[in-house]
Ligand binder design. Structure first.
Ligand code: PEP
Ligand code: MN
Length: 347
């Protein structure tokens, strides 16, 4: 259930409602939107009627949410969530690029990439330090040293940073160095990890699992949000299908649908979705046309020598060209939110 407050509700009224919710043994989540404040109720609400709250001063209405995900649902918050990190606004009108190598390999490599992607228009530098590799014999990342290089490069080039955390016990360490915590596809249902990043106040980039349904993906976001961290960015990175010609299958429809179902920002990763350098630009264009608010792109100064994911990595020059190509698509996507085709009321 969510409780929608009246626009003029006071702090005292809000507190009274929060206390009442707690009195039922439930956990209130206060979500302050631009247009309205809502309180999400999480916990076992069996038998609790909306009218228990509807008579209270400051309450406009109490509505049950049918979807299994509550805090992540558009019903809980009609307007898009904006996530501000430094000067960068994720989920706003501007397309955001998170770019960089699959893995941080050396100080020089990440510094060179950082300057190049910044120049091309990226605002966030990506680079894995803890790599979830399919084979235990493949390069596993530089660990904390990699995070240090990433943080240094981000600072030097004026970029925010994002890196994956694979173990709940590393969350504090990774948080020390990066602006955004990445949960990889293989860990989308690692519930202990989701809860742990939910206890931080760092934005979380939540990749869709290899074979996760949209509902499972949003439930993973709910795990993070239910711990009080509402800054979740959803990332469509391709799912596993019968097709083997591409590494994964970019689920373009999911991007448009998730924009309808959730208020959270949605980005796409055309690199892991395709696994092929020559498909990264068309897939990125398609994702943006479907409503992606940002792209995560693997860029390496020398892709052929990359220690991981070289085949899908763009050179800095190719990335620069990509930004230009995608901008053409972004321009043709209507900037008026009320006319977006993922706004249910517009269809
Ligand atoms: C990555 O971003 O390098 C990565 C491992 O991605 P995914 O979890 O989507 O496979
Ligand atoms: Mn990769």
């Amino acid at each position: 259930m969510i409780i929608v407050l009246q626009k003029e509700a006071t702090e005292k009224q809000l507190q009274d409602i929060v206390d009442k919710i707690k009195g039922y043994g439930l956990e209130p989540h206060v979500i302050v939107g631009v247009a309205r404040t809502v309180i999400g109720l999480v916990g076992d609400k069996q038998g609790l009627e909306p009218r228990v709250f509807e008579g209270m001063p400051g309450v406009e209405k109490a509505v049950p949410i049918m979807a299994p995900y509550k805090l992540a649902s558009r019903d809980a918050k009609a307007e898009d969530t904006l996530i501000r990190v430094g000067d960068t606004l994720i989920g706003g009108g501007e397309l955001i690029y998170m770019a960089g190598p699959c893995a941080v390999e050396s100080r020089e490599q990440i510094l060179e990439t950082a300057y190049a992607v910044k120049e091309a228009g990226a605002s966030i530098l990506r680079g894995g330090a803890f790599k979830p590799r399919t084979s235990p014999y493949s390069f596993q990342g530089l660990g904390e040293t990699g995070l240090q290089y990433l943080a240094e490069a981000g600072q030097a080039a004026g970029l925010l940073t994002v890196s994956e955390v694979v173990d709940p016990s590393d969350v504090d360490l990774v948080s020390k160095y990066v602006d955004i915590l990445q949960i990889g596809a293989r860990n989308m249902q690692n519930f202990a990890l989701l809860r742990r990043v939910g206890q931080t106040r760092k934005p979380v980039l939540l990749k869709r699992g290899l074979s996760a349904t949209i509902e499972e993906w949003l439930m993973a976001a709910e795990y993070i949000m239910s711990e009080g961290n509402y800054q979740v960015i959803l990332c469509e990175r391709g799912i596993r299908t019968f097709e083997t010609a591409t590494r994964n299958t970019l689920d373009v429809g999911a991007i448009a649908l998730v924009r309808q179902l959730s208020h959270l920002p949605v980005v796409a990763d055309p690199s892991h979705a395709t696994g092929r350098r020559d498909l990264v630009v068309p897939a990125g264009c398609a994702a943006v046309a479907a409503g992606a608010q940002g792209l995560l792109v693997e860029v390496h100064p020398n892709p052929d020598a990359a220690l991981s994911d070289g085949a899908q990595s763009l050179t800095p020059k190719q990335f620069e060209q990509m930004v230009g190509a995608v901008a053409q698509v972004a321009k043709s996507v209507t900037p008026e939110p009320t006319k977006y085709w993922w706004n249910r009321n517009a269809v």
